[in-house]
Design a binder for this molecule. Structure first.
Ligand code: GLY
Length: 324
């Protein structure tokens, strides 16, 4: 390890205990930089999403187009109960969606608390491309989507409605780790031209209060891209990602010399340090990609995984975790 890296660890982290031994022992970070292009995304559903993103990347397309197309696969899957159509509703039986996107110029667009539109990521893209704003929410976001040509549709599937009616019997709000907060697809990519972009989309925590917005549409929390340094995204219980500005923190730590894996671990350990009475009951996972194509991920609990696609690589990898 360089003297610079040692210095950063002792000064940046202080009591966070990111030891050299713990960060070097995970198998999930590649030994040498992955060749461009590369796309990484959260959870098992990332495999299918990456395959779609790859169609853009392999032709030399822009990372921002790849991540939009990639996460649209997950949004369109009615059997996925945490993203897009089929997402579990809130307590009032309403499916409300959050999404954001960020490109290599650090342009960004976001929608939150959007109802009845299947592809919130594409509405977020339009906010980025066609408006002077970054974020539209609720009725305003829906009106913008309809005015832009998106179709209104019912996103509450029979399966999700049944699950909601079942939940109503006890109305116990305690998200199950890696199940009801196995929520988001976050995807970050590096294209052939060496440019980074990211996208993040979710139906949020199941049985949330009506009006609740998580980290996924918040630039700097659920997603952040700095084309000089790297990109990061988050999954899990959004309240705790927002509280530490997770994705932005990770990119800033990468700027200071940490690897994607080390930076994700530091962000998880920040949550643990600040919320020692909460972390055992919740899952948060971070995934990051550097400008050189190095990637890494880390979660509070075991069970968080991520999908990687690059030339000669297409796999699902278990992230390192704090609780073992
Ligand atoms: N990470 C997604 C959410 O909390 O809504």
């Amino acid at each position: 390890m360089s003297n610079r890296r040692k210095f950063l660890k002792s000064t940046v982290f202080g009591g966070l205990a990111v030891s050299t031994a713990s960060v070097s022992s995970f198998a999930c970070a590649p030994k040498s930089p992955v060749k461009k292009p590369v796309v990484v995304s959260t959870w098992n559903h990332g495999m299918e999403a990456n395959a779609e993103a790859w169609k853009v990347l392999e032709k030399g397309g822009r990372a921002v187009d790849a991540v939009e197309k990639g996460v649209m696969v997950t949004e369109a899957d009615p059997n996925n109960t945490t993203v897009g159509i089929g997402g579990f509703p809130d307590r009032d039986g309403k499916v409300t969606l959050d999404a954001c996107i960020m490109d290599e110029y650090e342009n960004c667009g976001s929608v939150a608390f959007l109802q009845d539109i299947k592809h919130p990521i594409s509405v977020a893209r339009k906010v980025m491309d066609d408006t002077p704003h970054v974020m539209l929410v609720g009725e305003g976001a829906k009106k913008f989507a309809l005015d832009s040509g998106f179709q209104e549709e019912n996103l509450l599937t029979e399966k999700s409605e049944k699950a909601w009616k079942n939940w109503l019997k006890n109305q116990d709000y305690k998200p199950k780790i890696n199940v009801e907060n196995h929520d988001t697809i976050g995807m970050v990519a590096l294209d052939e031209n060496g440019n980074l972009s990211g996208a993040c989309t979710t139906s949020g925590a199941a049985w949330k209060m009506h009006g609740r917005v998580g980290d996924s549409p918040i630039i700097g929390a659920g997603l952040y891209v700095d084309n000089e340094i790297g990109a990061a995204t988050a999954t899990g219980l959004g309240e705790f990602v927002i509280k530490i500005c997770g994705a932005h923190m990770i990119v800033e730590l990468m700027r200071q010399g940490l690897t994607p894996m080390e930076a994700c671990q530091a962000a998880v350990e920040r949550i643990i340090k600040k919320y020692p009475n909460n972390y055992k009951e919740l899952q948060v996972g971070f995934l990051a990609l550097s400008k050189t194509g190095e990637y890494g991920a880390y979660g509070i609990h075991k069970g968080f995984n991520y999908a990687v696609k690059a030339n000669d690589q297409d796999e699902l990898i278990d992230a390192g975790s704090y609780t073992g």
